[in-house]
Design a protein around this ligand. Sequence first.
Ligand SMILES: NC(=O)c1ccc[n+]([C@@H]2O[C@H](COP(=O)([O-])OP(=O)(O)OC[C@H]3O[C@@H](n4cnc5c(N)ncnc54)[C@H](O)[C@@H]3O)[C@@H](O)[C@H]2O)c1
Length: 353
Amino acid sequence: MSDAPSAAASEDPSVLEDPTVLEGRTVLVTGADGFIGSHVVERVLAAGARVRAFCLYTSNGTIGWLEESADFTAALDEGRADVVLGDIRDAEHVAASVEGTDTVLHLAALIAIPFSYQAPRSYVETNVIGTLNVLEGVRRHGTPRLVHTSTSEVYGTPDVVPITEGHPLRGQSPYSATKIGADKLCEAYALSFGTPVTTLRPFNTFGPRQSPRAVIPTVLTQLLAGADEVHLGDTTPRRDFTFVADTAEGFLRAAVADLEPGTTIQLGTGRAVSIGEVVELCREVTGSTARIVTDPDRLRPTTSEVQVLLSDPTLADEALGWRPRVSLEDGLSRTADWLRHRVDPTRVRRYHR
Ligand SMILES: NC(=O)c1ccc[n+]([C@@H]2O[C@H](COP(=O)([O-])OP(=O)(O)OC[C@H]3O[C@@H](n4cnc5c(N)ncnc54)[C@H](O)[C@@H]3O)[C@@H](O)[C@H]2O)c1
């Protein structure tokens, strides 16, 4: 799989401020109802695209975070968006959803590492078979652009940091293994069929709408609820945190960049902090003095815990003109503002895998 951009890949950042850069394009977003997907939907709508939002079917018919998106509601009213409810594991339905679109941004996945210890088969079916279904849909309909979502977890504990795109992959959790499987299918489709797929590899993303089980919402909700103690797993691992608006910008840029099929690009800031340091920053943002308590239920098996993930952001800059704009401190403060009126004190101590 090529990790090098084509010569024409670099984009003038000013072009991307253009609200018409995606005008005339119809973009299918899978996982549109989720945390990152809902921000991606808003970003591509702002760039002039028509959006088909693929949201997980449930009997109550909700569309996840898009229920709260004024931009998406306006686009629905204007006929610039539609919703497809479905399941990424359903090949025929996925292929039918791809038909008539010219860009597919594939974010649907099961993503929690702790739950992947309990339910690995559902991760294989959703993350590996689901990605196969998207690739087949794109192949069948000759869709000119697919952006697949990987994760920094595919590296496991790295041999060297900062990590570049060519670093070996190591499945340290069932989640990671299934994302490696999905990435390798994209590589295989690019090499075997010339499928125009770009794999974006975000490092830890945070911000409004993130699931309360992720580390930053877990810390912030406990602090905002006025807790004296913050219950966490291991606080020594280090992560490279990217604010969700920056991650969404990366998807927009990958949608318009001229890249070799099979190109992989990381989205990370180049700065890693420990979970303990994140707690300290969250204390500053919320004015809390709560102490950390290690909860044994939240500890991962030692050989599964990834000790450090730190991105070398060079290729994202060269290939996409992408640089993160929001600092960790600013992002934490924006996330706390969003969470402040949403904390349910009866739920903050509950461990959600
Ligand atoms: N959050 C992060 O820090 C991070 C980091 C790197 C990569 N990623 C990747 O980004 C993508 C989005 O993750 P997120 O953080 O927004 O999580 P999320 O759980 O909010 O989003 C996942 C989405 O997938 C959908 N989904 C799950 N199973 C499905 C199925 N069977 N059929 C259809 N849809 C299904 C969910 O409804 C949800 O909308 C994932 O591919 C994830 O692996 C996330």
